[in-house]
Design a protein around this ligand. Structure first.
Ligand code: 5GP
Ligand code: ZN
Length: 152
């Protein structure tokens, strides 16, 4: 189990670890040996769910790929259940923040499953440059760098 040995326990108790071990309350949606899904305490919209690995992984850098794949699979199942519930949803967003600059506030990997509907008021805000499409050579330059890294 080399992958799991990457787990590093945080110095202070992690709220999601406490939810997993039952010492903090949660409204559970799904549980198996690898992950837990529960209602977000401050939902963007009603039905907002978090899917977390049971083992503490700080962010994507620590998360074993097969656990990430499992979390995605469970989130997909949850998303596809949503139309059969009373939750208002015309669509679903998945969101995972990796790092503080990306909006990560709880440093225990979690995948948000967010029911969406038109006029719900939620959305990304775009920077001033968003409307200026980059030149092809600029896209290519970044693509080459990432491709090189993936090939390592
Ligand atoms: P992040 O910004 O790290 O991607 O998202 C953290 C999420 O965790 C937020 O949506 C926040 O509402 C949720 N959250 C923080 N503390 C708790 C908690 O104690 N219980 C539950 N259920 N959700 C929490
Ligand atoms: Zn944790």
């Amino acid at each position: 189990m080399g992958e799991v040995s990457r787990e590093i326990q945080p110095m202070t108790p992690c709220i999601f670890c406490n939810i997993v071990n039952g010492s903090a309350p949660s409204s559970k949606v799904y549980e198996d040996e690898i992950c837990l899904a529960f209602m977000d305490i401050q939902p963007v919209n009603p039905g907002h769910i978090l899917v977390v690995p049971k083992v503490h992984f700080r962010d994507l850098a620590d998360l074993p790929a097969q656990i990430g794949a499992h979390i995605f699979q469970i989130a997909q199942r949850i998303a596809l259940c949503m139309p059969n519930t009373d939750v208002k949803n015309e669509g679903i967003d998945f969101f995972l923040a990796h790092g503080e600059a990306a909006g990560q506030e709880v440093f225990h990997v979690h995948l948000h499953v967010i029911p969406r509907y038109k006029s719900d008021g939620f959305g990304f805000t775009f920077g001033l440059n968003y409307k200026n499409l980059p030149e092809r050579h600029e896209l290519d330059a970044i693509a080459v760098q990432i491709k090189q890294q993936l090939e390592k």
